[in-house]
Design a protein around this ligand. Structure first.
Ligand code: UD1
Length: 383
């Protein structure tokens, strides 16, 4: 069997790492029936800190093929990826293309493979936010509609797919593959030192640091719905500076898109002037895991961090009005509250969660063994 797996953007890397390991193990154990595997990186994320450091820290082999797509409008990213990936598929003719998550690379490569009559397997299928303003929701819907094998992280996702009429035999509940990566790296992350993480990743623009950082919360924010409009972003920044940083240190590993927007809206100087706000470059996987393990609370609009907070028990404010990952919410036993981007709601949740303690949860099959189940499902589907 020949498989091409695709990665493009940061959240893909922690999902593909365990899958590649499962293939390696399979090949060591089976000899003759070895799987031929090629890794394609579309290049949607290209900064060293958004891409290369994850390959290095997670032991992902260098991509066999790099499409070098880079940034651009969604149509440019998807279109350019399709043109380049079609050439790869015509040359390589794999039996399966495996895509993960919901980024533009996921969509582009699923569509291209289907048009080349190559079977598509989607890892992390069935998540739905119901919010068609989110580019990721469009990516999820189209990818799942085209996929031949849909591997889901939870039973709610199976239900979503059933409601859309996906035939039962295409769906397999395998658990959350990202938690494989969390479990494999937990100990290594725990051994890190927060002070060292801060020093190693500090943005040059900051001059002074609090003497000791023992108690802190974390912020990550990059969704267009939060950072692309000044009238939304500015009140959030006001709240963070005036109310969160008045109480505690806030560590913010900042996404390149968010930094650009803060500069564009004239907010960058205010943000860099706040002594209790520690601005970092994007951090690597272990560093983020360690910060998450130690944080008082997490404020985030990331999908993956909601899930990691659930397993680590970190009280989490999800800066979105909806989530495709409802299993991470407190009403489903998780650690997160949806707070959108309205400051009064964020303030209320922040007050409540600042008092609460860690409650680690383990949804069904988030057990660190999902990658093997993904590969087993693929082998079974191949027949
Ligand atoms: C993408 C994913 C999003 C995911 C996020 C994680 C889509 C539609 N969105 O959003 O689901 O949560 O990745 O980071 O696929 N940039 C750089 N260097 C890089 C990458 C991006 O400077 O290495 C800047 C560029 O200005 C670029 C902007 O960030 O235009 C946005 O990058 P893009 O890949 O379009 O989307 P993300 O916001 O990163």
């Amino acid at each position: 069997m020949k498989i091409i797996s695709v990665v493009g953007a940061r959240p893909n890397f922690m999902k593909i790492a365990p899958f590649i390991n499962a293939i390696r193990k399979h090949n060591v154990n089976t000899g003759n029936e070895a799987i031929e595997h090629l890794l394609v990186h579309t290049g949607q994320h290209y900064d060293e800190r958004m891409s290369k450091v994850f390959f290095e820290s997670l032991g992902i082999p260098e991509a066999d093929i790099h499409l070098g797509i880079g940034s651009g409008s969604h149509a440019e990213q998807v279109g350019n990826t399709m043109i380049a990936f079609e050439k790869v598929l015509r040359e390589e003719r794999p039996d399966w293309v495996v895509v993960v998550g919901d980024v533009n690379a996921t969509l582009a490569c699923a569509v291209t493979a289907k048009k080349e009559h190559i079977r598509v397997c989607h890892i992390e299928a069935g998540l739905r936010s119901g919010d068609m303003d989110m580019p990721e929701e469009i990516n999820r819907l189209v990818t799942d509609r085209l996929s031949d094998l849909l591997l889901t992280p939870d039973r709610l996702s199976n239900e979503n797919l059933r409601k859309e009429g996906v035939p039962e035999e295409k769906i397999r509940f395998v658990g959350n593959i990202m938690i494989d990566t969390l479990e494999a790296n937990r100990q290594k992350a725990a051994a890190l030192d927060v002070g060292t993480i801060i020093r190693d990743n500090l943005l040059e623009s900051r001059t002074e640091l609090p003497d000791k950082v023992e108690s802190f919360s974390i912020l990550t924010m990059h969704r267009p719905s939060n950072v692309d409009r000044k009238e939304v972003l500015e009140p959030i920044i006001d709240f963070l500076l005036d109310e969160v940083c008045a109480r505690e240190v806030l560590i913010w590993p900042i996404h390149p898109r968010t930094r650009k927007q803060l500069e564009r809206f004239g907010l960058w100087d205010r943000v860099t002037a706040e002594p209790n706000l520690i601005l970092l470059h994007p951090v690597n996987y272990y560093e983020m895991l360690k910060l998450n393990m130690e944080a008082n609370t997490m404020l985030t609009d990331s999908g993956g961090l909601q899930e990691e907070c659930c397993v680590l028990g970190t009280p989490c404010m999800t800066l979105r009005w909806n989530t495709e990952r409802p299993i991470t919410l407190r009403e489903h036993g998780g650690a997160s509250i949806l707070v959108g981007n309205a400051v009064d709601k964020i303030r209320r949740a922040y007050k409540e969660l600042s008092q609460s303690t860690r409650k680690p949860q383990r949804p069904e099959l988030w057990d660190g063994q999902t990658a093997q189940r993904c590969l087993d499902a693929l082998l079974e589907a191949q027949g």
